[in-house]
Design a protein around this ligand. Structure first.
Ligand code: SAH
Length: 261
C-alpha cells in the first residue's frame, strides 16, 4: 500500500437511525476527514458528523461520481468514509467502487476497508417477528440496472423454489405497476392467502407495518421506494402479533409439550 493514499472506509449505515450503526462504522465515520454519500444518508447520520469534516452530499443517481470523488480524495491523502444505506455491499456502493479502482489501475494502491451494516431486510424481518428463519431470497424490482425479463425470471424461480421472498424497490416515482405485475407472477406458484408483510421506513420516525396476504400486497399506500415486502414460504404463518417461518424443529422434536414451571 502507498502510504500517501488515504484509506476509504465503505460504510453501511444500517436501515436508518444511528442506533443501528455498528461501533466500527461509527468509529470509521468519526475518523474520516471527508464523508461522501447520498444526501439523505448524510442527513440520517448528521448527528455523528463533526463541523470540521468535509461533507460531500450527492444526488440519488450519482453513484459513479461518489466513488470517483472517494478515489480522488484518497489520492489527495485524505481519509474517506463512503456511506451507503443498509449494508454497502447489498445493492450498494462497494462493487462499483472496486470496479472504478480497477479501471484506474489502483488495485492494491488505494487502501479500502468494507464495514458491514445491518441490511434493511434484517431490520424489516425483526420488525415483524421471524419470517426469514429458513431459506430466503431478495429480489429488487428496480429495472434501472437489471432488465425486467431477468426480474420476472427470478420471481418465477424463487416462487417455484418455495423461498421466503423479500422484495426491494417495490415502487419508485416512475415505476408504479411493477409490484402488481410481480404479485401476479408469484400467484402462478403461490396461493393467494400466503402471509405477507409490508414494512415502510423501518427504524425511522415514519415507520409503518402491515401484515397481509400475497393477493393484497399492492393495495397499500405505504408501498414507496423506502418499503420492503416479505412474502412467506409454505412454512410461514402469522399469529396475533408475529409473522413466523417454521424452521423445522416441529418435524424433529415435540414442540407441543408444555413447559413445567
Ligand atoms: N443497501 C441496502 C439496500 C438498498 S436497495 C440494504 O443493505 O438493505 C433500497 C431498497 O432497500 C429500498 O427500495 C427498500 O426496498 C429497502 N429499504 C432500505 N431502507 C429501508 C427501510 N428503512 N425500511 C424498509 N425498506 C428499506
Amino acid at each position: 500500500m502507498n502510504k500517501d493514499f488515504g484509506k476509504i472506509a465503505v460504510i453501511g449505515t444500517g436501515p436508518g437511525d444511528t442506533d443501528h450503526l455498528s461501533k466500527k462504522a461509527l468509529d470509521a465515520v468519526k475518523d474520516a476527514e471527508v464523508v461522501i454519500g447520498y444526501s439523505s444518508y448524510l442527513k440520517q447520520i448528521g448527528d455523528i458528523l463533526s463541523e470540521n469534516q468535509e461533507k460531500m452530499p450527492f444526488n440519488m443517481k450519482d453513484e459513479i461520481k461518489r466513488c470517483e470523488a472517494a478515489v480522488k480524495k484518497s489520492l489527495e491523502g485524505k481519509t474517506v468514509a463512503l456511506v451507503s444505506g443498509g449494508d454497502a455491499g447489498i445493492y450498494g456502493m462497494s462493487g462499483l467502487l472496486l470496479e472504478i479502482i480497477e479501471k484506474e489501475s489502483l488495485v492494491g494502491k488505494v487502501p479500502v476497508e468494507f464495514i458491514p451494516g445491518i441490511p434493511a431486510f434484517c431490520a424489516v424481518s425483526s420488525a415483524v417477528g421471524a419470517p426469514i428463519t429458513n431459506d430466503f431470497c431478495v429480489i429488487s424490482l428496480s429495472n434501472l440496472l437489471t432488465p425486467w425479463k431477468d426480474i420476472e425470471k427470478r420471481l418465477r424461480a424463487a416462487s417455484a423454489g418455495d423461498f421466503v421472498i423479500i422484495i426491494y424497490n417495490p415502487k419508485s416515482m416512475k415505476r408504479k405497476e411493477e409490484l402488481t405485475i410481480a404479485k401476479n407472477i408469484l400467484l402462478e406458484n403461490i396461493e393467494h392467502d400466503r402471509p405477507a408483510a409490508i414494512v415502510k421506513a423501518v427504524t425511522r420516525p415514519d415507520e409503518e407495518i402491515v401484515i397481509t396476504t400475497l393477493e393484497n400486497i399492492d393495495n397499500f399506500d405505504i408501498v414507496t421506494m423506502n418499503t420492503t415486502v416479505i412474502v412467506g414460504s409454505s412454512n410461514t404463518y402469522v399469529n396475533d402479533l408475529y409473522m413466523i417461518t417454521k424452521r423445522g424443529y416441529g418435524n424433529k422434536y415435540d414442540l407441543n409439550k408444555k413447559i413445567n414451571y
